[in-house]
Ligand binder design. Sequence first.
Ligand code: CP3
Length: 327
Amino acid sequence: MPQRRPMWIMRQAGRYLPEYRELRSKAGSFLDLCYNPAMAAEVTLQPLRRFDFDAAILFSDILVVPHAMGLSLAFKEGEGPVLETVKDIHDVERLDLRGEQFKRVFETVGLVKRDLLPHQTLIGFCGAPWTVASYMIEGGSSKRKTALAIAIKNPAWFSLMMAKLVAASTTYLLGQISAGAEVVQIFDSWAGDVPLAHLERLVINPIAAIVRGVRAVHTNYPVIVFARGLGRGHAGVARATAANCAGLEEDVAIGSVLADLPAGIAVQGNLHNELLLGNVDELLGHTREVLNAVPMERHIFNLGHGILPQTEIRMVERLVKEVRAFD
Ligand code: CP3
C-alpha cells in the first residue's frame, strides 16, 4: 500500500518553469542540454524542488535513440524536432548503435539518483518503436501519413527498422536501469494512429519485446506503457505487453479502463492538460473526478499528456495541493 497517491506530471521539466528557461538558454540548444549530464540532472530535479511530486523523470528525449543510431537530429525553435529520414533498406542497414549519446544520458541518471530523496522515484523512459519509427520516416512532427502507409505496406526494411529499434531501446533502458532508474515508461505517443488490424504488429509486439528484454535482466522490473490515444483499448494493450501500469490520455474514462484490468495493474493519468490554463474551480472539479474514479493504491496521478509551456506555476501548485488533500 502506498502512503499516499503517487503523482508526477509529463514534461514536468520544461518551458513553463522560469528556472528551466534560464538553464536552457545557458545550455545553447535543447540537445546540448540533453547531452550535458550536470545541466540535464539539474533540470530533471527542478520540478521536485518546486512541487511535492513523487517522481523525477529523466530529462532527455525519445529521439536520442535514432540519434545514437546515426541519424542527424536538431530541435528548431518553435518547430520541434528535425530528424534525418530513413527511406529504404540501405538507410536502415546503415543504422548502427554507437552509444556515445547514451553514455551521457546514463551519466545524467546517476547524478539525479544521487540527489533524490528516499521517497522520490526515478523514472527512465524511451519512445516505443512505432512512435520513433514515425519520426524516422517523417523527419519531424508532421502528419505521419507516410509512416502509416509504409507501415501498412510493411516492406522488409520497415520490419528491420522496427527490430533495430526494439534492440536499441532495450539497450537504452537497460543502461538507464543500471544507472539507477527505478521504473521506466515507454511512450507510444502516436499509438492512436494505428488501425486496430495493425495494433498487434506495430504497437503491442514491439513494446512487449522491449519489456521482455528488460525483464530478462531485471526480473519483474516495473514498466508503465503509455500508448496514447487508445481509449478503451488500453486494458488490452497493458495486458498484452505485461505492463504494470497503463498510462492514459485525457478523454478516456479512467475508471472504466481500471475495471477492465486485473488487480495487479495500475493506471496513470489523466487530467486534461488544458484545464491548467483555465479557471481554478474547473481545474479542481475535474481533478476530483479523476481522483474519485480510481483508488489510491492503483493510481499514479498525472496529466493525459505533457504540461503546456504557457501553464502558470500557481495552477500547478493548486493542483498538487488538491491531490494531496484528497485521500
Ligand atoms: O519532463 C519530462 O517529461 C522529461 C523529458 C521529456 C522530453 N521529451 C523533453 C522535451 C520526455 C519524456 C520527452 C518525450 C518525448 N519527446 C515524446 C513522448 C511524449 C509526448 O509528448 O508524447 C515525444 C513525442 C518527443 C519528441 C519531441 N521532443 C517533440 C515532438 C518536441 C517538440 C514539441 C515541444 O514541446 O516543443 C520535443 C522537444 C522537447 N522534449 C522539449 C522538452 C522539454 C521542449 C524543448 C525546448 O526546451 O524547447
